[in-house]
Design a protein around this ligand. Structure first.
Ligand code: GUN
Length: 307
């Protein structure tokens, strides 16, 4: 293997450490404790794991965590009333409604009801619009934000680089493309209907794969020296252990690592960045709500690493 492994787990740990120091300072100087409210409806097992991890990380960062675990019989109007209450509360600086919601609930209506400056997922149409236009200060979706930080940490300036984003979801692909564009990269969004996909990917100095298709990008699609960000987390049957599962990304890591300059592993790459960036967004939201200077995330990471 020739590629540098971009250790997202270590990066996320450094970011959480940096955030935690910033939170301590915020308490000392202003008596403020950032608060994150997470709303989980129903019993989806994967969502329960995410929400538990979010709660634990929030507490560890010195922030307040407010969890609402509601039965899948909860009505739309009950959820709307809860959002209204959380919007009003001064001890709640960030609000996240865990997706997917059970059938019959309208996730869009709930997202649009969250106060824009408390929408720490960055899913509200006004945050999406601010990111796309460069007008105002959006909260940015967590996984793309984490991917950008890792890219900037490794590459420095992204200006003029050819970036290919594989996948066009509202959660990752589209906001990732907007972030890269705002850093002056030349950006292509490719997806399931793209013709001659390999030819597009071969021109990428930066590849961000977020399609949810296990190991679909082989090493011979990678431009030598490229930086590969693998957002995929796919569970596949373990090739050697019958009955067991294995986590793989959207790129074939071993063959891509022979050609790439740097690559994020799965697990331990972008996955751990999502929660760290949720905490970062909660802190940013808190600072903005109080008219205080917001954290410079890369500077916090470098400080935490002792650089
Ligand atoms: N479910 C899976 N990923 C996410 C996310 O980033 N935010 C929310 N709210 N729900 C999710």
């Amino acid at each position: 293997m020739t590629a540098t492994l971009l250790d997202g787990k270590a990066f996320a740990a450094a970011l959480r450490k940096g955030l935690s120091s910033f939170v301590d300072q915020l308490k000392q100087d202003h008596g403020l404790k950032p608060g994150l409210a997470v709303v989980l409806v129903g019993e989806d097992p994967a969502s329960q794991v995410y929400v538990r991890n979010k709660h634990q990380s929030t507490i560890e960062a010195g922030m307040a965590s407010f969890e609402y675990r509601l039965p899948d019989t909860t009505s739309q109007s009950e959820l709307e009333a809860l959002i209204d209450e959380l919007n009003e509360r001064s001890d709640v600086n960030g609000i996240l409604v865990q997706l997917p919601l059970p059938d019959g609930l309208d996730d869009r209506a709930l997202i649009e009801r969250i106060r824009v400056d408390k929408d720490v997922d960055g899913f509200h149409v006004e945050n999406v619009g601010m990111l796309a236009t460069g007008v105002g200060k959006p909260l940015v979706p967590c996984t793309p934000l984490g991917s950008l930080l890792i890219l900037q940490d490794h590459l420095g300036n992204l200006s003029g680089k050819n970036a290919v984003v594989l996948g066009r979801s509202n959660i990752v692909g589209k906001p990732m493309a907007q972030l890269l564009l705002s850093e002056n990269a030349t950006v292509e969004i490719c997806h399931s209907r793209t013709q001659d996909l390999a030819d597009h990917v071969r021109r990428a100095d930066i590849l961000v794969a977020a399609v949810g298709r296990p190991e679909m990008v082989p090493g011979d699609w990678i431009k030598p020296g490229a930086t590969v960000i693998d957002v995929g987390i796919n569970r596949i049957p373990h090739p050697e252990k019958p009955g067991k599962f294995k986590l793989v990304g959207d790129v074939h890591t071993a063959s891509c690592a022979e050609v790439a300059g740097a690559i994020t592993p799965v697990p331990g790459g972008i996955g751990p960045m999502t929660i760290a960036c949720l905490l970062a967004n909660t802190l940013t939201a808190t600072c903005r709500q109080h008219g205080l200077a917001e954290p410079d995330l890369l500077a916090l990471v470098r400080q935490a690493r002792g650089e």
